[in-house]
Design a protein around this ligand. Structure first.
Ligand code: GDP
Length: 462
């Protein structure tokens, strides 16, 4: 398969000033030469750019610039050509057709990056970071993806893995001398290394909460009884009239999602129908959805209006939905109706029951007048500050997260094998197991199914 020369559109499929078609494989120059009117690409220097025309037999398709990259200093490590043409999807199609007619084939999703991985230029976590980099929508996710592309995670893991591999070899050597009862691998030094690996893995695992927040955003559920002012608040936060605001209880039938970027993090607001017992079927679907949304949310904005609720309702609600990993912010809405005043007996009762275990945040708000919008935003940013880690390397990828967890489990098992003076054979087995999991992140240990799954999510041309 790797002998094939592949081609694909590398730029977005649409109209642009310039489009780029990538060609990679041993026969790249030969194939492009057949359709390129200009210099002989087999004879030009690597990393050089040439002017000319792409032709289908005698018909000129477009005026182009062609970049030539000789193996091995290329993205895929193979001979590669990039054809820059006038960015029309029709021209792109015609050029791809003529390349295929002359011996190239269409690349599969992610095949360029897969070749870079297969040919050893990048490891698996770096390959994944390319997808993350392309998908990055803010500063934080761009920086994390770039760090990973530069080998952030791979370096950290592979150094530790290298040390563990040395010990494993020594332990396995002991097996060859089983009769003689020798110990080549110093058990206390091995234990020390395992502790170090355990610390590193734990802090990488901990960084996932933050990594996931910057990569995928943070779900914020806005909950409150009908008419508490949820849609009005959402509009105030987004400063745009997106949600429907009305006086009739239960107008917000379905959930509405809006994204607000604050200091580089995407907060995904979910405006939900009010939680209440209801016989209205459509409304009931909304209530169910609200319950689901709270279950995935990291932040809950609970909005209440003292004229239409009782302290115990707020207290009961918070106690019912409280979770360790859910930040609850209480918003006492419509303070414009009480002259901007809150923290009255109502709030005192709420605080007495809920502070500090269930929440520590209560803000007086007038969603209608936009009061306290900044204070709410500050509370949201504080969530990110709280989960930020001191780790330079931040885990953003679910697959890495799972591999790290499995690695940590296996390191713990090795430690317990040592402490219980298990037979060397068993210790060697556990060590191999730990090495495998550590190797999964960089792709040293992997299988076709995992690879297929990773690269199929890339788009064609990547
Ligand atoms: P939802 O059902 O929770 O989404 O509530 P809405 O946002 O639709 O608001 C219900 C009603 O309360 C509307 O008439 C709003 O104008 C009004 N409202 C919302 N927030 C405030 C506020 O801060 N002050 C006042 N006076 N009215 C508000």
């Amino acid at each position: 398969m790797n002998n094939d020369t592949i081609c694909a559109l590398a730029t977005a499929n649409g109209i642009g000033a310039i489009g780029i078609i990538r060609v990679s494989g041993e026969r790249s120059f030969k194939i492009v030469d057949k359709v390129f009117q200009g210099k002989n690409l087999e004879k030009v220097k690597s990393h050089s750019v040439h002017y000319g025309f792409i032709k289908d037999e005698n018909e000129v398709i477009d005026e182009v610039m062609v970049s030539v990259f000789h193996s091995p200093k290329t993205f895929t490590t193979e001979n590669s050509v990039e054809i820059s043409f006038h960015g029309s999807p029709h021209i792109a199609k015609k050029i791809l057709e003529v390349l295929i007619k002359n011996g190239a084939r269409m690349a599969k999703a992610g095949e360029f990056t897969m070749r870079a991985f297969m040919n050893g230029r990048i490891d698996l976590s770096q390959a994944e970071s390319i997808a993350d980099l392309i998908a990055s929508e803010n500063e934080a996710s761009r920086k994390v993806a770039l760090n990973q592309l530069k080998g952030g995670i791979s370096n950290e893991i592979s150094n530790l893995r290298g040390d563990l591999l040395n010990f494993t070899s020594l332990v396995e050597l002991e097996l060859d001398f089983a009769e003689e009862d020798v110990e080549f691998a110093d058990r206390s030094a091995l234990n020390k290394l395992l502790n170090k690996i355990e610390d590193k893995l734990s802090s990488l695992i901990d960084s996932f909460q933050y990594g996931n927040a910057i990569k995928n955003g943070v779900d914020v559920a806005i909950i409150g009884k009908p008419n508490a002012g949820k849609s009005t608040l959402l509009n105030a936060l987004l400063k745009e009239e997106r949600a429907i605001v009305s006086d009739i209880a239960g107008t917000t039938r379905d959930t509405i999602e809006e994204i607000l970027h604050i200091k580089g993090t995407a907060f995904r607001f979910i405006d939900t129908a009010g939680i209440r017992e209801t016989t209205d079927k459509i409304e009931a679907i909304g209530v169910q959805k609200a319950k689901e949304k709270i279950s995935t949310a990291k932040i809950l904005l609970y909005l209440y209006d003292e004229f239409d609720s009782e302290p115990h309702e707020v207290i009961d609600f918070v106690k019912t939905f409280w979770r360790e990993d859910l930040k609850i912010i209480l918003l006492h809405n419509k303070i414009d109706l009480s002259g901007g005043y809150f923290e009255n007996d109502f709030d005192k009762k709420v605080k007495a029951e809920l502070f500090p275990k269930f929440t520590n945040s209560i803000i007086g708000v007038s969603a209608k007048e936009g009061t306290s919008v900044e204070a709410i935003k500050n509370e949201l940013v504080e969530y990110i500050e709280d989960i930020k880690t001191s780790e330079n390397t931040v885990i953003t990828n679910q697959r890495h997260y799972e591999s790290l967890q499995k690695s940590l489990e296996s390191v713990k098992r090795v430690k317990s094998a040592i402490s219980q003076s298990f037979h060397t054979e068993l210790l060697a087995y556990e060590l191999r197991y730990a090495l495998e999991h550590l190797g999964e992140i960089s792709g040293e240990f992997t299988n076709d199914e995992v690879l297929g799954n990773i690269f199929s999510k890339f788009c064609i041309g990547k």
